[in-house]
Write a protein that binds this ligand. Structure first.
Ligand SMILES: [Zn+2]
Length: 449
């Protein structure tokens, strides 16, 4: 009669999310992600790419969850359940899933489609069965474990709060969400079900806490769309080349960009491997229909051919969407800026960064370098045209109020920030210092026995 949690990864740092939940002699794994900065510095890959690598090596450089922390649980694992398709939640699956023979991977349609796409594009193989469950649906892992997928909003389609029902208690796993009541793509968060869960009883909430110290409610994706509209529709954009860069997996943002480009009667082109990957996955399952006339180009010769055409016809007729928002050296935007690709930049080019700078040293340096190279060609820059996908303090307040959990584990922030969620939860009175658990990677907590 035991319900026990092991915080495997993503609790001492931000990234490589992984939580294991043991119910007697059965275990499920929630998320199996990459720690992007370690992964990028180890592989020299772009932010949104995964390539074939040795799993032990990745564990050694802290790029994937350290499964040795649950070596005594490995043969008990019955399911791997990712909450959404960001690489810090699914990116370790190609390397680690085959350690769990015969264990299915269960998630929402877009999440499963992205996993399949990565495996196919990178020629990686796993033998685990991939099972699709829509939000609102449940999946019975075993007699004692049932998982329910509750829809929440985030910066990628089909994000779920995972609800684990067991005879010994209920765990809610809200590891990445925001409460966006006017989403640009997909449904609003399922507040009705979240409130119901709270009334039925929640024993433990594992909750992201990245912006728990940001005293506000995170703006809606509709705000980011309006910010983009103000820039692209403005008369100062007339006769100018428009280059927009954003997260490849930010499908709602890309929907807004396509709509705005079409209204301006510009020809839209996408440049970059990761954009192509996430957009094809969205197109295949009908999350976002990409019109046939919009090319998704990733090969060098395709890029150069199209860019020469744009130079000939005039940049002002096009809306270019490309990878490289963090200033990644090998991504399309940096290569354009350095003159390595055919597109000619000049004072009539506007470059819109529809993203934030992820605040780690490498990104900050790369972005500074990229922006100064762009400026040296006379390019006008628009920064931070963006709304985050992560909950802020007031979203957390709402979530905690709805769920009324008996215990809380703050996640996805690292130790420097997670305590802000603890302080909020204690201040609200649902938990106290003994029932908010500040967990490091590898720590275990028994919720009931
Ligand atoms: Zn996420």
């Amino acid at each position: 009669m035991v319900l026990e949690i092991c915080t495997v990864g993503g609790f001492s740092e931000c990234g490589r999310n992984c939580t294991a939940i043991r119910v007697d002699d059965e275990v499920i794994i929630l998320d199996l992600g990459l720690e992007m900065e370690s992964y990028i510095s180890h592989t020299q890959q772009d932010r949104e790419n995964v390539v074939k690598l040795d799993a032990e090596e990745l564990i050694k450089v802290n790029a994937v969850p350290n499964l040795h922390l649950i070596s005594d649980w490995m043969d008990k694992v019955k399911a791997i359940i990712p909450s959404h398709a960001h690489l810090d939640h699914i990116g370790a699956i190609p390397f680690l899933a085959s350690r769990f023979k015969g264990v299915p991977i269960i998630s929402t349609p877009y999440t499963i489609e992205v996993i399949s796409t990565i495996l196919k594009e990178e020629r990686l193989q796993i033998s685990n069965e991939l099972i699709i469950k829509k939000s609102g649906q449940k999946y019975k892992v075993s007699k004692n474990i049932e998982v329910e997928f509750v829809h929440v909003t985030h910066s990628i389609p089909h994000t779920a709060m995972l609800v684990i029902n067991t005879p010994y208690g209920r765990v809610c796993y809200a590891n990445d969400y925001k409460l966006d009541l006017t989403p640009v793509l997909g449904k609003k968060p399922d507040l009705k079900r979240i409130k119901e869960l709270g009334n039925e009883g929640v024993d433990l909430l594992i909750c992201e806490s990245l912006y728990a110290n940001s005293h506000r409610k995170t703006p809606s994706e509709a705000v980011a769309k309006q910010m983009l509209k103000d820039i692209l529709n403005n008369s100062c954009a007339d006769g100018h080349g428009l280059v927009v860069t954003t997260f490849a997996s930010q499908i709602a943002r890309i929907k807004s960009i396509i709509e705005l480009g079409q209204k301006l009667d510009r020809k839209i082109v996408f440049f970059g491997r990761s954009l192509r990957k996430y957009l094809l996955a969205a197109h295949r399952i009908g999350v976002l229909r990409i019109p046939k006339e919009i090319p998704l180009l990733s090969r060098r010769h395709e890029l150069d051919r199209m860019m020469r055409k744009i130079n000939r016809e005039g940049q002002e007729k096009y809306l270019i969407v490309c990878t490289g928002h963090q200033g990644e050296q090998r991504a399309v935007l940096s290569r354009i800026a350095r003159g390595e690709l055919a597109l000619k930049l000049n004072s009539k080019t506007m470059c819109v960064f529809s993203c934030s700078v992820i605040p780690v040293e490498l990104n900050i340096k790369n972005r500074e370098r990229l922006e100064s190279t762009l400026r040296s060609s006379g390019v006008r820059i628009f920064r931070d045209v963006h709304a985050s996908g992560h909950a802020s303090r007031e979203d957390h307040r709402e979530m905690i109020q709805m769920l009324k959990p008996k215990h809380i584990i703050p996640s996805h922030a690292g130790f420097g920030l997670a305590h802000h969620l603890r302080d909020l939860a204690v201040e609200m009175g649902y938990v106290d210092n003994k029932t908010v658990h500040m967990m490091e990677d590898g720590k275990r907590l028994i919720i009931s026995k």
